[in-house]
Design a protein around this ligand. Structure first.
Ligand code: ADP
Ligand code: MG
Length: 669
């Protein structure tokens, strides 16, 4: 062949590195061999046999033993699976997606073929799908349309120990479907509950079944606590990372538990920078992040092998506690905190706050270091501090806002008070939920919880009832098109991009869209411009906006539009008169009103919390409106209202007369 005359630039060669890149082998085995080594594999025949004679199985096993990825594959060839699809629920959407991808890979197929997943606003299944991973929320919604869940032959409620409200409620719903299908002589429904090794007796008693244990295979983990209390755990974690990096073999990968996206990204950045400056010989680190809002393509990256002489560092939320197992981890660093959404029945508000983990969670986290070989766990808290941790996390049903669940159950004809649940919710939480539903017009009266036709319509949207209400009242306010866009954007992750090194440019770019009334109208401006733009990629780049999230919002909008059309809602637009949008917001978000106080802080009318406007809001630091609606209250030492929009306090009485005069609140000091 004639040698090419083309001049080769150095840049062109970088790709070729891949040819020689040596990756660290986690083990020399193929996926098939890996699978056979998992503890669950020895129990394959037993599980299948038990399933022939029992309708319900309770299977407990160490995290990483193969429950989630393997059991559905065993079931695939069981006789029973011929009667319908196998559903596997997950409390978290990232888990549903990543696990579906893994199982598809193990079965040498692609997602959407025999293996698929369905999470809110995203369906990757087809008529060929036999194993369907879905969030517990999605399955619960499906139950509203078909209470007998006829599509499914086997339902596996996975990660039951997480005790999410949805999984707890599903336990009851699936048991009932099982019973009814039996009476109606329909093909049977098998139920498998899988859990990490905790709180077994409780499940066993409730379900009236004996549990089945999978033999674990874990190695010893040396646990180290700090000598003293660490006021700044982020710093303590950072110090620990480099200490471990300096003193342990390079093939010992590190898993770090932090509480949320912001912290994780900050630490990742710090580690990358410091590692560059202080690289230890020829060794290197690769930092990966894992949290629920992470872009889909990035979610699986932490599973990929890294080059030789490289240490993998994964920084994750509690998702890596039990839902997802990353092979190769020999060291865990645990900050001892978790971010939790909780609802205070006395104040009636949902609050996002960082709280201590439980002892069970601390134990789970440390266990992640001993999957493949003996490991070490560093806890950035003292032994004494740990004494004050709860034994296990409180089930979500005891601390969650039950408005949405109560409505969903009512749509199923069930009054939550009469429903046999694993743990009964707080009476005050139930009565608050009924009051909210009454105020939303979803039930006739809190005393007599009969679902109204409006309530039934509300239950058709995969949204919190507050937001379904916004869509249902928008036609009356003449702003349906706008509300569809706004609710879609609010259902999406942050659409702003704020690179630390280009903060000023980003702020300048975002300022173009700013509405003086606040965040909701600003988001709406952005979405409208996005829809009008042709070269969206360039436009998003120039304006520091996240194109992926905006496309996601467009997709969500389409789905909400589809449901609205089916429900016969009329479509209208308010054009530039966005006052109607702000008025309409009050119909659903009346619980999230706050009033300006003399000292410049806000007082929420529900719960009477004092709070400031969050620095991320367009209203931060500028003119302070008298009365606002906020999307969320965040507790981080101080209270902050996130996503805020100004409303006119006179409107409140017009739109939601049951909220008494707001002026009294101004007197408070
Ligand atoms: P369990 O549900 O019992 O906690 P899983 O079925 O989730 O266990 O995982 C079993 C094993 O499969 C894990 O220990 C891990 O080694 C491997 N695994 C799971 N998902 C992936 C993935 N996406 N890439 C590589 N390995 C994976
Ligand atoms: Mg699992």
């Amino acid at each position: 062949t004639v040698p090419s005359k083309r001049k080769i630039k150095l840049n062109d060669l970088t790709d070729q590195k891949c040819l020689y890149l040596q990756t660290k082998q986690l083990s020399g085995c193929s996926i098939e061999e890996e699978r056979k080594k998992l503890p669950v594999f020895n129990c394959r025949d037993r599980i299948l046999k038990e399933l022939e004679t029992n309708d319900t199985l309770l299977i407990m096993g160490e995290t990483g033993s193969g429950k989630t990825t393997q059991i559905p594959q065993f079931l695939l060839y069981s006789a029973h699976a011929r009667n319908g699809v196998i559903a596997v629920t997950q409390p978290r959407r990232v888990a549903a997606i990543t696990i579906a991808k893994r199982v598809a890979q193990e079965l040498s197929t692609t997602v959407g073929d025999i293996v698929g997943y369905t999470v809110r606003f995203e369906d990757m299944t087809s008529h060929k799908t036999r194993i369907r991973f879905l969030t517990d929320g999605v399955l619960l919604r499906e139950a509203i349309c078909d209470r007998l869940l006829r599509k499914y032959s086997i339902i596996m409620l996975d990660e039951a120990h997480e005790r999410t409200v949805n999984t707890d409620v599903l336990l009851g719903i699936v048991k009932e479907a099982q019973h009814k299908r039996c009476i109606q002589k329909l093909p049977g429904l098998k139920l498998i509950i899988t859990s990490a090794t905790m709180d077994i007796d409780h499940f066993g008693k409730y379900l009236n079944v004996r549990g089945m244990y999978l033999e674990g295979r874990t190695h010893s983990v040396r646990v180290l606590n700090t000598k003293e209390h660490q006021a700044d755990y982020m710093h303590a974690v950072l110090v620990t990372v480099f200490e471990v990096h300096r003193t342990t073999p390079i093939n010992h990968d590190i898993l770090i538990f932090l509480t949320g996206k912001e912290e994780i990204e900050v630490l990742a950045q710090q580690i990358r920078q410091l590692a560059k400056i202080n690289s230890v010989g020829s060794s290197d680190v690769r930092v990966f992040t894992l949290y629920s809002q992470l872009a889909q393509g990035k979610q699986l990256e932490c599973f990929l092998p890294v080059p030789l002489n490289t240490r993998k560092i994964v920084i994750a939320t509690n998702i890596a506690e039990t839902s997802i197992t990353i092979p190769g981890i020999r060291c865990v660093i645990d900050c001892g905190f978790v971010k939790e959404k909780s609802y205070s029945p006395t104040s009636g508000l949902d609050i996002l706050q960082t709280v201590r983990i439980s002892k069970a969670q601390a134990w789970q986290r440390s266990g992640r270091a001993g999957r493949d070989a003996p490991g070490t766990c560093y806890r950035t808290y003292t032994k004494e501090e740990m004494l004050s941790f709860e034994n296990s996390a409180e089930p979500e049903i005891l601390r969650a806002n039950l408005t949405s669940t109560t409505l969903q159950l009512l749509a199923l004809g069930i009054n939550i008070q009469d429903f046999n649940l694993l743990d009964s919710p707080n009476v005050k939480c139930i009565s608050n939920a009924y009051t909210t539903l009454e105020n939303l017009g979803a039930i006739k009266s809190a005393k007599l919880p009969n679902i109204t036709s409006l309530g039934r319509l509300m239950s058709q949207f995969p949204l919190d009832p507050k937001y379904s209400k916004l869509l249902l009242s928008a036609p009356t306010f003449g702003c349906m098109e706008e509300m569809l866009s706004l609710v879609a954007v609010l259902s999406t992750e942050n659409i702003y991009v704020n690179p630390p090194d280009k903060m000023e440019l980003a702020t300048l770019a975002h300022a173009k869209f700013k509405s003086k009334y606040g965040d909701h109208l600003t988001l709406l401006n952005i979405y409208k411009c996005f829809e009008k733009t042709e070269k969206t990629k360039l436009w998003c780049h120039d304006n520091f906006l996240n194109i992926r999230n905006l496309i996601y919002a467009r997709n969500v909008r389409c789905q909400l539009l589809e449901i609205s059309t089916k429900l016969g809602l009329s479509f209208n637009s308010c054009g530039e008169n966005l006052d109607s949008v702000r008025k309409c917001l009050i119909t659903g978000l009346f619980g999230n009103i706050a009033v300006l106080q003399k000292d410049g802080e806000y007082l929420t009318i529900t719960g009477r919390h004092r709070a400031k406007i969050h620095p991320s809001s367009v209203l931060h630091g500028s003119y302070k409106p008298k009365c606002v609606i906020f999307a969320e209250m965040v507790l981080t030492g101080r209270n902050f209202l996130r996503q805020v929009v100004e409303i006119n306090s006179e409107w409140v009485e017009d739109v939601v007369p049951f909220i008494k005069d707001l002026s009294y609140i101004n007197i408070e000091k």
